[in-house]
Design a protein around this ligand. Structure first.
Ligand code: LRH
Ligand code: MN
Ligand code: MN
Length: 388
């Protein structure tokens, strides 16, 4: 089973945003391992991200996290990105690391804390204007640890109020993307725990608000591709935060734990029109590389997405429809599995060659000398960690 020319052309529309925070040192709450050659500022994070794009042709945008990536001169950062052949993508807000947000941000009972959280988002919108970014992604750590700790409904009302003020500040071509997560850091309840809550809040805001689906943010056993289908059906799938999970929010290399799940998700993307530019779906990675080298880790990640997308495109849609309409349970399942088991690697290597890219991007990066150079050059100074 080989991909047709049309399918290969569709594959070329895949553009992935890599996260700036993937290049800094990261770890678990037990230990952060410092790796040599880590970027010392946001400009060097962009340099590293640009390598992923140079070797794969898949990652033309870099998502930033504020304040981790704050610089004095946003024009200079955007120009630096353009010079390296990439652009600034989604701006991620951060109301989860300041002391004032211990009991919440937009949902906090104290109006002064809510004000600070709203102002932070207004600043993010200014940064979007300065860098040309179109998406403001909001993930809130808001929640409680104990029943009775706060009023669940009051918090939801305050959330709606805060989001409305942020939404009102958007330009006509900017979007608000609201990310959900079922637990962590709060353990009793989370204020945006699921796609339903995110969707309800987005619907109240308006057309420029949509849902971010982080693949690591669900309870075990959740049928994620069903959520993808439903949000695409409603025109409210704003973006993906791709990563892999074995247990909880592991933030490991997408497709590492369950390539079949990634295939199923991407099949629903294809089926629901999520690859078309007018769908507005942004494909982002939200990952950290704790023990492996960062740039090869990102290269592996974007290749995993491309490979599973190629297999999803290989599904024989006509045969599947016939089997489904005939009630042919096993036949329909086999059509899907035939595509999943298709080895597309040599075809993808040839496809890259036709586009002036290395057939084996990982080997080409490792042979390029870039890793040795940054490990030699970036000695001294403070390496950026997962956060600042
Ligand atoms: C929360 C999250 C969110 C944050 C990122 C660092 O778990 O997925 O997207 O911005 O991690
Ligand atoms: Mn995320
Ligand atoms: Mn997460």
């Amino acid at each position: 089973m080989a991909l047709t020319t049309d399918q290969l052309d569709t594959l070329a529309t895949l553009a992935i945003e890599v996260p700036s925070w993937a290049y800094g040192n990261s770890g678990t709450r037990f230990k952060v391992f410092a790796g040599p050659g880590g970027p010392r500022d946001p400009f060097e994070k962009i340099d590293d991200a640009a390598q992923v794009n140079a070797f794969t042709g898949l990652a033309p945008a870099v998502a930033l996290h504020i304040p981790w990536d704050k610089v004095d001169d946003w024009d200079a950062l955007a120009a630096h990105a353009a010079d390296r052949g990439v652009r600034i993508g989604t701006i991620n807000s951060n109301t989860f690391q300041d002391d004032q947000y211990k009991l919440g941000s937009l949902c906090h009972t104290d109006a002064a804390v809510r004000r600070a959280a709203i102002d932070h988002h207004l600043e993010c919108i200014e940064i979007m204007r300065a860098t040309g970014s179109k998406d403001l992604k909001i993930w809130l750590a808001d929640g409680t640890n104990y029943p009775g700790q706060d009023d669940l409904r009051g918090r939801q009302d305050r959330l709606a109020e805060g989001l409305a003020e942020i939404y009102a500040a958007l330009d006509a071509d900017q979007r608000l993307v609201l990310e959900y997560k079922f637990f962590e850091p709060a353990f009793y309840h989370t204020d945006v725990p699921d796609w339903g809550t995110s969707l309800v809040q987005c619907l109240a805001l308006g057309e420029q608000a949509s849902v971010c689906l982080d693949t690591g943010h669900h309870a075990p056993g959740t049928n994620i591709e069903f959520i993808v289908m439903q949000l695409l059906r409603l025109g409210r799938l704003g973006s993906f935060d791709f990563n892999s999970r074995f247990y909880a929010d592991d933030d490991l290399i997408v497709g590492a734990a369950d390539p079949f799940q990634l295939f199923r998700i991407l099949y629903e993307v294809v089926r629901g029109g999520g690859l078309k530019a007018d769908s507005g779906v942004v494909f982002m990675l939200d990952q950290c590389h704790n023990i492996e080298k960062k740039i090869p880790g990102q290269i592996r990640s974007v290749l995993n997405v491309q490979e599973m997308l190629a297999r999803a495109l290989a599904v024989d849609a006509d045969a599947l429809k016939v089997a489904q309409e005939n009630g042919d349970v096993l036949g329909a399942n086999q059509v899907l599995m035939d595509a999943f088991y298709t080895d597309v690697r040599s075809q993808l290597a040839a496809w890259r060659g036709e586009r002036g890219l290395p057939g084996d991007p990982m080997a080409a990066y490792l042979a390029s000398g870039y890793q040795e150079k940054i490990e030699a050059d970036r000695v001294g100074g403070t390496q950026a960690s997962w956060g600042a």
